[in-house]
Design a protein around this ligand. Structure first.
Ligand SMILES: Nc1ncnc2c1ncn2[C@@H]1O[C@H](COP(=O)(O)OP(=O)(O)OP(=O)(O)O)[C@@H](O)[C@H]1O
Ligand code: SF4
Ligand SMILES: [Mg+2]
Length: 442
């Protein structure tokens, strides 16, 4: 049995209307039947466009959102069925590292207090002295000096704050850490340091990760297995190398074709699959294969009416496409869309990349640079990396940091023992985008 097993997980958010009586007028099918397994000591990378349900799936594992249907089994225990108190105990074994390290750290607490909070809630350490010693050891592991204990979040750079976020998860000795876009808010060079740190910690502590990202390059470097999501479902899953060597689902093929290759000769010959149409709303997903409205290989009738199962096409490579074999063999021809030279002028107009988030991500971190830089950064000693981040921290505007973190402080004000968990929930809730409220989704 795998350490973490998800079977048919669905998270449907009701869409309510009405001033006096809330009527449910529909659902946002954020996660719609995901089954996957995460092996102990390995990393499962989850990728997909903005809004495809990655965060919701991660949060459903921790029961930070209600699971509509399906099971989440950690080490033989179905979390979806656990009563609240037992689930709280189990939550120690499942920790989350958030995208925005500042927003998830209480600005009014020093690092010792932030890191102690969860330990106290879960009864770790017999007194504060024992907890402090443990925190110091973990800070050392994540490359932060022990004098960090008395400092406050705004005194650190973005990369350092993410290290604190990782330390906060580690002090609870979790089995699985769900990292939701752990580096997308960081500079490219700091991204590599944090990814390398996660890998080193995994090796040393035998951790199991689920890493959520929209940057294919980031996930490739760290993952053993990769799952590609589209509109709430997994469309492809394979060992990392196999997926990158031969993506089999049309959506993955289109995503991969958009990633520049560092080798100029290969890059010159690279072909780009241009998709047509916009990403449909998860409140009104297409019938049949969810991708049929944009799929360049879509076939009449079957693709629009029959939902493809995620099936093994050999070597543990799972694909949700009726025609995966025919597409791979070249038997099926394109019915829409276009395959063009990636270096042709104007190809960046691909609708796949049209979302503002995708554009921002591209501007921040050119995909081709990331994999090339990661191994080079690995040779840098942790202290030097931290020194560099320290310098960067001085450029941080404390006032800005304070204001932004204000919300998190309120969210974490509860003195109850379950405060750490509730704070996580509040922080996660903070991250839900206003533009994606159910009413607006229809
Ligand atoms: N609490 C909620 N209530 C209603 N709809 C929600 C809620 N949380 C998320 N959604 C919707 O569910 C869908 C999936 O959102 P989610 O945040 O999981 O996507 P994502 O893949 O993590 O996107 P991103 O890459 O932008 O972080 C979106 O359409 C979003 O609007
Ligand atoms: S099932 Fe049809 S629409 Fe879906 S990915 Fe395969 S070919 Fe495209
Ligand atoms: Mg997300």
């Amino acid at each position: 049995m795998s350490l973490l097993e998800l079977d048919g997980v669905k998270v449907h958010f009701p869409i309510k209307k009405g001033l006096l009586f809330d009527r449910t007028v529909g659902h946002v099918y954020a996660v719609d039947g995901v089954s996957l397994k995460v092996e102990a000591g390995e990393t499962y990378g989850l990728v997909g466009e903005s809004g495809c349900g990655k965060t919701t799936l991660g949060r459903s594992v921790l029961r930070l959102v209600d699971i509509t249907e399906g099971s989440v089994v950690l080490d033989g225990t179905d979390l979806a069925k656990l009563p609240g108190e037992e689930m709280r105990r189990f939550r120690r074994r499942l920790q989350m590292v958030f995208q925005d390290p500042l927003g998830s750290l209480n600005p009014r607490q020093n690092i010792e207090s932030i890191l102690s909070e969860g330990m106290i809630a879960h009864g770790i350490g017999k007194d504060q002295e024992e907890r402090r010693e443990k925190i110091k050891a973990i800070l050392d592991k994540v490359g932060l000096p022990s004098n960090a204990l008395a400092r406050y979040p705004h005194e650190f750079s973005g990369g350092q704050r993410q290290r604190i976020g990782i330390a906060r998860a580690l002090v609870l000795e979790p089995d699985v850490i769900i990292c939701d876009e752990p580096v997308s808010a960081l500079d490219v060079s700091v991204q590599a340091q944090v990814i390398n740190l996660l890998e080193e910690l995994q090796e040393e502590l035998g951790l199991t990760y689920v890493v959520i990202a929209h940057d294919l390059a980031v996930v490739r470097h760290i993952s053993d297995t990769i799952g590609v999501m589209y509109l709430g479902s997994l469309v492809e899953e394979a060992p990392s190398d196999a997926l990158y060597a031969e993506p089999k689902h049309p959506y993955t093929k289109a995503l991969m074709s958009a990633v520049p290759v560092p080798d100029p000769e290969v890059e010159d010959k690279r072909e780009r699959i241009l998709l047509t149409g916009d990403l449909p709303s998860p409140a009104n997903p297409p019938s049949g294969c969810r991708f049929h409205t944009r799929c360049p290989w879509a076939q009449a009738e079957r693709c629009a009416t029959e939902r493809p199962e995620l099936r093994d096409v050999g070597g543990g490579h799972r694909v949700a496409c009726h025609y995966a074999e025919d597409i791979a063999s070249g038997k099926l021809r394109l019915t829409k869309g276009e395959v063009v030279s990636a270096t042709r002028e104007g190809v960046e107009d691909n609708p796949t990349e049209d979302t503002p988030e995708a554009e921002a991500a591209e501007a921040d971190a050119p995909a081709a640079e990331t994999p090339a830089k990661i191994p080079a950064q690995a040779e840098k000693p942790a202290e030097k990396a931290v020194e560099a981040e320290d310098k960067a921290a001085t450029a941080e505007e404390p006032a800005k940091a304070e204001g932004k973190a204000e919300k998190a402080a309120e969210a974490k004000a509860s003195p109850k023992p379950e405060a750490a968990d509730e704070a996580d929930e509040a922080v996660a809730a903070d991250e839900a985008k206003a533009s994606e409220e159910p009413e607006k989704a229809v």
